[in-house]
Design a binder for this molecule. Structure first.
Ligand code: ZN
Length: 242
């Protein structure tokens, strides 16, 4: 069972569980969503259970509009007919098991399955209880950019994107690429670059070389963190991985 199927099965199971009927509730927390622990000093503290992270992700997915994508864009449904597609899928699957502190970049022309593979990765990560947030560059970034002259409003809008454990940026730099885009791209990606735990998935119609040409500081941060997981798909003939 892949991660998304496991996630859906778990959510289906949970939706039929009431507070009195905890026998098939989460075996880790008993269904409360939180785990109580004592630290070395004996102080009681609580932390979120993985099942609570999964529920929160599910709510986030429902709000984000990624849900219909997640159901269709699984690894099982990715058509890997040509060798380059097989390699792309293998790289994405390898990343799922090796994502800790690492980024994933997939660039190149549309119709190469970039969003499918990134979404499949997101589904698998959420199945592992990793908090994931999805943004579409062209539609989600302009409203944040519009707040640039109001420091508090800007910070409130960008903070969740800077701090979420896993951020998937779809169609990075799609549309206009003004200085305003450059500033917000650097602000966001530099904050994530400086956090060794933050993982960032980026799909773009631009290859990493084009992004480096556009802005060296931004391109080099992406290239460094996604070393081994940078793919540039330029159609069947011209595919390379580094
Ligand atoms: Zn739990």
């Amino acid at each position: 069972m892949d991660g998304m199927a496991a996630l859906i099965a778990q959510l289906k199971a949970r939706s039929s569980v009431t507070s009195e009927q905890t026998s098939d509730a989460c075996p880790i927390c008993g269904g409360s969503g939180y785990i109580l622990r004592r630290d070395e000093k004996g102080e009681l503290f609580s932390r979120e259970c993985k099942c609570e992270v999964i529920r929160q992700n599910q709510r986030r997915i429902e709000r984000s509009g990624l849900k219909p994508l997640l159901e269709n864009c699984t690894f099982d449904r990715y058509k890997a007919l040509d060798p380059w597609q097989k390699s792309a899928k293998e790289t994405a699957e390898k990343y799922v098991d090796d994502h800790d502190g690492k980024w994933f970049f997939i660039g190149g022309s549309s119709g190469t399955g970039k969003t499918h593979l990134c979404t499949a990765i997101c589904g698998e990560l959420m199945g592992k209880g990793v908090p994931v947030r999805y943004v579409q560059w062209r539609s989600d970034i302009p409203p944040i950019k519009a707040k640039i002259n109001d420091a508090d409003a800007y910070q409130a809008a960008i903070w969740p994107l800077k701090t979420v454990k896993a951020l998937y940026i779809d169609d990075f730099l799609k549309g206009s690429v003004s200085d305003g885009d450059k500033n917000i791209a650097f602000d966001l990606l530099n904050a994530r670059y400086n956090n060794p735990d933050a993982i960032t998935l980026i799909s773009s119609e631009l290859t990493i070389d084009k992004i480096l040409e556009w802005d060296e500081a931004i391109g080099s941060r992406i290239a460094e963190r996604s070393k081994g997981y940078t793919m540039n798909l330029r159609g069947k003939q011209n595919w390379r991985l580094r």
